[in-house]
Design a protein around this ligand. Structure first.
Ligand code: JFZ
Length: 464
């Protein structure tokens, strides 16, 4: 008996020192857990909260920039923010159905809703803590959202802010993370009980459990950390991760319980070690050569995540479709945002843009879903490439190549075939074994969409 105990103790000591929170899984199990996400490629981000009603304006003053940051930008204290924002926040039953049905129409395979943002207002019922949509407005927004995801067959993601600008116990000292000046002043005046951060960490765990206990989730999008404020010390990260895997062992989570280079906007971005989360999250930035491992670009339509009444800096449909293609061709996922208004209505231009993407995806989605990164060493002046399995390439033409001929530095084992994806129209293709170049004549194609797709079927020979 003693011997057995000793032996198993030795085995424990010899085992690789895995961080406690890492899911215990083999590489194959990891691949199967990640599969729907890797193949799904395109998701909708939804930023909805008290800030949606303010729409970029507080106490008669307008704030440009990210509208969901208005409390930090204005410096409003909790009482001011609550007094101003609460009456303007008018969630409506049925709005979540509209969001998810738009996502479905756009060709998204998953959705991520802000269950709580930095303002700390929970969109779901949180017994014991009143600052939540159910208590204030009678609607558990997350309930209706999860039901809509099930109805339309999309994977259910929830964004969960670990930062909290209004919880009395949240202590931002030394975090390097913005905090509303008004709350700091109120704390200095002794009007706010402030800064028992251990108790805040307990609150985070309790609240996260409340969320999971009443809502089925496929993905959690944590947000966010700084190098001086991350992981176990700042958030009790291991406990949060364990709570997720205990309840949903197949769930996926991003990397923002820890600081990383998510906000880096140049150079080669480093992958996230798996124990910090399943994927890296570049924001408002498309890494030019992708990132090793799994990654997802989150992007806005007009520069703000939360709804802002005055912002009309909308990107064009062509730009957005090319961003989607750029990301997918480099091996990433694309999470594109809507910021619904006070009553949940999606701004008309956002609806138009998502429907436009949907129309393009309906015709060309085969070249996006289930694909992997461009297998060639570099990109091409005429456009982008994805690959599916061992014998299919998709070439996305942004422009006509010189002389109307695409030259790929590859040859194919069997006679390859090239067709226009939308209608199967065959294109002339020939390969030259001496130079190792394959030429496709695309001169007959009109570039009448942001990306015209050519499907190339044939098994590529390994590079010499
Ligand atoms: C975060 C949020 O702050 C933002 O509101 C939005 O939800 C986005 C998707 O994620 O973006 C960040 C994260 C970190 C910093 C700034 C914006 N930062 O470290 O300054």
């Amino acid at each position: 008996m003693k011997k057995i105990l000793l032996l198993s103790y030795a085995a424990l000591l010899l085992a690789a020192p895995l961080p406690a929170q890492a899911p215990v899984e083999t590489a194959a199990q990891h691949d199967s857990r990640m599969q729907w996400w890797r193949d799904g490629k395109f998701g909708m981000f939804i930023h909805y909260g008290l800030y949606s009603g303010l729409a970029g304006e507080l106490e008669g003053k307008k704030y440009d920039g990210a509208a969901e940051w208005i409390q930090a930008h204005s410096g409003a204290d909790f009482d001011t923010y609550k007094r101003e924002a609460m009456p303007r926040f008018t969630p409506r039953s049925g709005m979540a159905d509209e969001w998810v049905s738009l996502a479905k129409e756009a060709g998204c395979t998953y959705v991520v809703l802000t269950s709580r943002h930095h303002e700390g207002f929970n969109l779901f019922e949180t017994p014991g803590y009143d600052f939540n949509a159910k208590t204030c407005n009678g609607i558990d927004v997350v309930d209706e959202y999860v039901a809509a995801c099930e109805k339309y067959g999309l994977k259910t993601g929830l964004y969960f802010s670990i930062i909290d600008w209004n919880h009395p116990d949240y202590d931002p000292t030394g975090s390097g993370i913005s905090y509303p000046k008004g709350n700091l002043e109120a704390a200095a005046r002794g009007e706010r009980q402030f800064g028992n951060h251990d108790r805040y960490k307990d609150y985070l765990l309790t609240t996260f459990r409340q969320l999971l206990d009443s809502h089925r989730v496929d993905l959690i999008w944590w947000d966010f950390s700084q190098p001086t404020f991350e992981g176990d010390a700042a958030w009790g990260a291991s406990r949060l991760m364990k709570a997720l895997f205990d309840k949903y062992p197949m769930a996926i989570q991003n990397n923002r319980l820890y600081a990383s280079n998510n906000l880096q906007h140049d150079g080669v971005m480093q992958p996230t070690p798996l124990w910090k989360g399943d994927y890296t999250t570049p924001e408002h930035y498309i890494p030019p050569t992708g990132i090793d491992g799994d990654w997802e670009v989150c992007q806005t339509l007009n520069g703000t995540w939360g709804y802002s009444a005055d912002n009309d800096r909308w990107k064009s449909l062509d730009e957005l479709i090319r961003e989607l293609v750029d990301v997918v061709s480099r091996g990433g996922n694309f999470l594109l945002n809507i910021g619904p208004m006070a009553d949940g209505t999606v701004p008309a231009e956002s609806v138009r843009l998502f429907r436009g993407i949907g129309a393009w995806m309906a015709a060309n989605g085969e070249a996006v879903y289930g694909t992997r990164a461009n297998p060639f060493d570099s990109e091409f002046a005429w456009g982008r490439v994805t690959r599916k399995g061992p014998d299919t390439l998709y070439l996305f033409l942004y422009a006509q190549p010189e002389g109307g001929i695409i030259e790929l530095p590859a040859t194919f084992a069997a006679e390859p075939a090239a067709t226009r994806l939308t209608d199967g129209m065959p294109l002339r293709i020939e390969q030259d074994p001496t130079t190792g170049i394959c030429r496709i004549d695309v001169s007959s194609l009109t570039i009448d969409s942001p990306a015209v797709v050519v499907k190339l079927s044939g098994t590529m020979n390994a590079a010499e």
